[in-house]
Design a protein around this ligand. Sequence first.
Ligand code: SAM
Length: 329
Amino acid sequence: MLKDSFGRVHDYLRISLTDRCNYQCLYCLPEPEFKSGCHSSSHDSMSADEIESIAAVFVQQGVKKIRITGGEPLVRKDAGDIIDRLGKFDIKLAITTNGSRINAFIDAFQRSKLRSVNVSLDSLNPATFKQLTNKDDFKKVYSNIELLLSLNYHVKINMVVMNGYNDHEIGDFVAWTRNFPVHIRFIEFMSFPGNHWRPEKLFTYKEILNAIEARYPLVNKLEDHPNDTTKKYQVKGHQGTFAVISTMSEPFCSGCNRLRLTSDGKMRNCLFAKSEMDLLTPFRKGKDIVPLIQDCLAGKHFKLGGNADSNWGLAETVSDKRSMMGIGG
Ligand code: SAM
């Protein structure tokens, strides 16, 4: 069992398949000086064999859920093969994707145990979608979401709320939950090295709830699981739900059970960690990586990777230069 020094059991691993992405989202794309946080050579990246073998070590150590992420995981040509391989473990398998290539991988989804898909979609307006992602792909992503719903997947929609960009669409996303079983997750715009974060672009948990309650007075609070990053709600009578991920205004680190593996095989004990543990190099030399995994976890801070108590200045305090794309969101 993987426990940190605060007694928190860590049984959830997020594996980034690549740091490459076919979108250039405003809030994610690193400024040029932070590009070094992305490695992108295929030699540096874990192969499908290495992902399977390293994941197997984590599963032996007690990991019960693996989420595939990136960059954009589905730009990797062997993503279907990796889904097949991870699907053989006795775990829950999930994926976070921008949705643009789901149709190309739906057979792999269908033959695996993957039943839960998080799709990032920051606007229901094609022009705003293009402004935020630099791709004119709204229709493609939306039809892939429809495809998932038609096949009864559990579909969560990740919407990063940015003040002045898409906050006016919060109510429209909640309206979508009326007749469809979609689960919207409003994510506060997080601060990362080089991602253009400014306090005035933040639209907080409280502001999100106020915006929703102005349009929908009958909102029920749903029960949250101790490991949840979300605070869940449902409008009375709606099929779907909505939730808020309040990393910036109300961090939720006390129940953290998450570990991360970057596509170049570095373990991180927190999204905001200041350091990471190279597992791939020793793995390639045939070394036992279990002590390294345990060491990395032992160094986990209680909150926000040990960054300043005031979590408003993370971009200035995180010491390494990995962008969100380089870490794996
Ligand atoms: N490409 C995939 C996607 O678009 O979902 C997976 C990687 S992406 C980095 C994972 C999630 O992180 C997405 O939902 C994205 O919206 C979110 N994200 C990226 N940068 C963020 C930021 N600065 N603040 C909040 N969420 C962010």
